[in-house]
Write a protein that binds this ligand. Structure first.
Ligand code: CMP
Length: 138
């Protein structure tokens, strides 16, 4: 079984899309193994997105990610990393497949509603950033 981390970003939470995103995951047969709501401060957002530290969008991205509450989840399923990313769609919502979460709801490359880990190593690091072993129901 595979695990991944997904985040409903501040735009998804403030627009009332928590239920919609979770419904799409659950309807695809993905199990929610852990879930909580958090409001990151700037430093915590910078820590999470540390791999993007040198990108021109880093400051704006971490401002946005610390601008309001987020929902973080551990998702479980076979090939869950790939399946979650296919449900979400491309980072740039203008290139996202019709019917994906980002194609349906994103309003910008930054305000793209949801994040999901892109590989097993990043999934492990990202899950670890938010959850202790005790918080994940196996
Ligand atoms: P996410 O999957 O959370 O990973 C990094 C985030 O940076 C990405 O989604 C976008 O929300 C944000 N971002 C902002 N500008 C860009 C950009 N030009 N290219 C890629 N990601 C960007």
């Amino acid at each position: 079984m595979e695990y991944t981390l997904s985040i409903i970003k501040p735009d998804g939470v403030s627009r009332g899309l928590i239920g919609e995103v979770i419904k799409r995951f659950e309807e695809a047969g993905i199990r929610i193994a852990a879930l909580k709501m958090l409001h990151l401060n700037k430093e915590e957002a910078e820590g999470f997105y540390a791999v993007h530290r040198d990108k021109p969008f880093f400051d704006s991205l971490t401002d946005f990610m610390s601008s309001g509450p987020i929902v973080v989840m551990v998702l479980e399923g076979e090939d869950v990393i790939g399946r979650t990313r296919r449900l979400i769609g491309a980072t740039d919502y203008r290139k996202a497949e019709p019917g994906t979460i980002r194609a349906d709801f994103a309003t910008g490359i930054e305000k793209n509603i949801v994040h999901a880990s892109d590989a097993p190593e990043t999934a492990a690091t990202e899950i670890d950033y938010f959850f202790s072993k005790l918080e994940i129901s196996l």
